[in-house]
Design a protein around this ligand. Structure first.
Ligand SMILES: *Cc1c(COP(=O)(O)O)cnc(C)c1O
Length: 226
């Protein structure tokens, strides 16, 4: 494969990787503690394959159904792929999500926690689980409100027996993101949570500065989505 588009994707991946590494170094943090999640939503397997061939193994998708169409085959070819669900999950898709994803980043309400808890009773698969926090308290955005996060995390632990490994946020587009990243980190620290999924194409460097362990980068790698 050597068409221009493949070259572009690989070149952008390499650029993002080096920018991530530089941000990690600038922050004085150990490089292996920051994972690049390549967000491949809306892209077909032909765009994803060159990124896999370049050694990238951690990917993010925002829709269960779209992922079911492309990832089972890709995972068969690359069994060490780690697939993250980064979009809203519906309760009636919990079974499919648990079957396909390795990490579910978007637990954002009691009904989802309950659905996952029920699904865990039926299967041995155990994707890692993150809670999404709506740090900007935006009505149109998913996530637990910051002031409800402590109680929700306690319920996940005590009522639904769900081990919550990380927190995730998407700051408002029109605000400087660092205060939101700092808020997520503060909530995580209160609960001894070490994994922070924060930062996208436009702000992953700021997120790394604020302690992100996972940055979710889509368009800077795959190009602008139509
Ligand atoms: C699409 C998406 C991303 C990637 O966004 P880019 O700006 O393309 O890097 C990250 N996180 C979530 C939750 C997304 O839906």
């Amino acid at each position: 494969m050597s068409d221009g588009k493949t070259d572009d994707v690989v070149a952008r991946l390499k650029k993002v990787r080096s920018e991530v590494l530089r941000a990690v170094r600038d922050a004085g943090r150990p490089a292996q503690l920051v994972t690049l999640v390549a967000v491949s939503k809306t892209y077909f397997a032909d765009a994803i394959l060159p990124v896999l061939e370049e050694g990238q193994r951690v990917f993010g998708e925002n829709r269960v159904q779209e992922s079911q169409g492309k990832w089972p085959d890709l995972k068969a070819q690359y069994p060490d792929v780690e697939l993250h669900l980064i979009g809203p999950l519906q309760s009636n898709k919990a079974k499919e999500a648990v079957a396909l994803f390795d990490v579910i980043e978007t637990i954002d309400r009691p009904s989802i926690a309950e659905a996952l808890s029920k699904e865990f009773a039926k299967t041995d698969r155990r994707p890692k689980l993150y809670v999404q926090v709506n740090t900007g308290e935006e009505p149109q955005k998913a996530g637990i409100a910051p002031q409800d996060a402590d109680a929700f995390l306690a319920r996940c632990r005590d009522e639904w027996k769900l081990p919550i490994e990380g927190l995730m946020c998407i700051p408002p587009v029109d605000e400087p993101p660092s205060a939101h990243f700092g808020l997520l980190r503060t909530i995580a620290q209160r609960h001894g949570i070490k994994t922070l999924s924060m930062g996208m194409s436009a702000d992953f460097e700021a997120a790394i500065q604020m302690g992100a362990t996972h940055v979710r980068v889509g368009s800077a790698i795959f190009g602008h989505r139509s």
